[in-house]
Design a protein around this ligand. Structure first.
Ligand code: GDD
Ligand code: MN
Length: 364
């Protein structure tokens, strides 16, 4: 039975996986290990390359997920597939220093620790040559994490760590967010008992092959994860995202409404209807990119999705316009009338489109 499972999330890492396996194998000489790649059906054929490796080395396995995306959920599924008492998570792109693994393993085997973190922000660790804006953003995001982080961790954003399997399992059962990139922070913020931890320095390397998947959405997902942890996970995570998008939609709505009603002198009923249609479309686009990123609709599905969004929401829109118009004619102020209508519509929209436009979210 393996003593250590090394979990490797991959998306388009064809040029790196063989090299990573070789380096990890060398670093872990003398330790009984296995390597679980979790690939989200990369178009470059990463999963196939991993399966070919697995044919030559039983210690290598591939979990290929279809129709799913996400670094954190990939790591969670890799952990769940492990039978070893200790699991490590390492990026496939060789940016994390695999030579740290034996030291991490030794420390955690000592029995006094649950987690050992590969850290860029402790003495003699480093971020390599990141440009100053990414370095500044990373530092700022690290500061922000203190809102939900109960531990004194210098690098809670690290994607390189080792954890006791039972500790990870306890977190997963307690309900992790699983959103975005920051699985370590998610673990620490979710753990039912404080995680005993230690940080080991390493220097973040440059990526040689392939491209980073970090984009502006990662920042949004990070923010959503913090909100989820901050609110104690009471509100469904997609509803949080949907509501934030709805908030932006409300701004769009009020601008269009004011422009038509106040600016162009359109009747209130028409102005509210026009504003609803514009806000509905912009909400659809934003939700597709942000809230349902992992099941984003493209091409014809995007058009079909927009149609179903509009159809499914038309009941909500009718309620919206009806209620707003009713309140307005009962001598309510025009803005409060509009907001009341939008709120009723929003709850409808979320419930109905979750089922009809983006289908029911899958577990995990
Ligand atoms: N399965 C799967 N699904 N894997 C993914 C996905 C996904 O949607 N997105 C990214 N990955 C994999 C990549 O293939 C790579 O192996 C690893 O996750 C990290 O992705 P990068 O795009 O290279 O991220 P990064 O280098 O900007 O940031 C990494 O290092 C930071 C410092 O430790 C991440 O691990 C960050 O979380 C971490 O803070
Ligand atoms: Mn990387």
């Amino acid at each position: 039975m393996p003593q250590l499972s090394v979990i490797v999330p991959t998306f388009n890492e064809l040029g790196n996986v063989v090299e990573l396996r070789n380096r990890v194998a060398e670093a872990l000489t003398g330790i009984d290990w296995e390597m679980i790649f979790v690939d989200d059906n990369s178009p470059d054929g990463t999963a196939q390359a991993v399966r070919e490796m697995a044919q030559a080395d039983r210690r290598v396995r591939c979990i290929q997920r279809i129709g799913r995306r996400g670094l954190s959920t990939a790591c969670i599924e890799g952990m769940l597939a492990s039978s070893a008492p200790i699991v490590a998570v390492i990026d496939a792109d060789l940016q994390h220093d695999e030579r740290l693994l034996p030291k991490m393993f030794e420390l955690i085997q000592g029995g006094d620790l649950d987690v050992v973190v590969g850290s860029r922000y402790v003495e003699s660790g480093g971020i390599g040559n990141w440009d100053s804006s990414r370095a500044a953003f990373s530092r700022w995001a690290t500061q922000l994490s203190r809102v939900v982080l109960k531990a004194d961790l210098k690098d809670p954003m690290s994607g390189f760590f080792m954890i006791r399997h039972e500790a990870a399992l306890a977190c997963i059962k307690a309900g992790m967010s699983g959103v975005g990139f920051k699985i370590l922070l998610d673990l620490f913020a979710t753990s039912p008992t404080p995680l005993r931890h230690r940080e080991l320095p390493y220097e973040f390397r440059n990526r040689v092959a392939g491209e980073s998947k970090l984009d502006t959405n990662v920042a949004w997902e990070y923010f959503i994860m913090l909100l989820d942890k901050f609110t104690g996970g009471v509100v469904p995570i997609r509803f949080i995202a949907f509501s934030l998008v709805g908030g932006l939609g409300l701004v769009v709505h009020l601008i269009v409404l004011a422009g038509m009603f106040k600016g162009m002198g359109t009747s209130f009923l028409w102005a509210q209807s026009g504003a609803t249609l514009v806000a509905m479309t912009s909400n659809y686009v934003m939700n597709n990119v942000l809230t349902y990123r992992d099941m984003r609709l493209r091409g014809w599905s995007f058009v079909r999705g927009w149609l179903s969004f509009v159809v499914a929401c038309s009941v909500g829109a009718l309620a919206n316009v009806g209620i707003a118009d009713y309140l307005f004619h009962k001598d309510s102020f025009w803005i409060t009338s509009a907001i009341a209508g939008v709120l009723v519509g929003a709850v409808w929209n979320y419930a109905v489109t979750a089922v009809y436009t983006w289908k029911t979210p899958k577990a995990g």
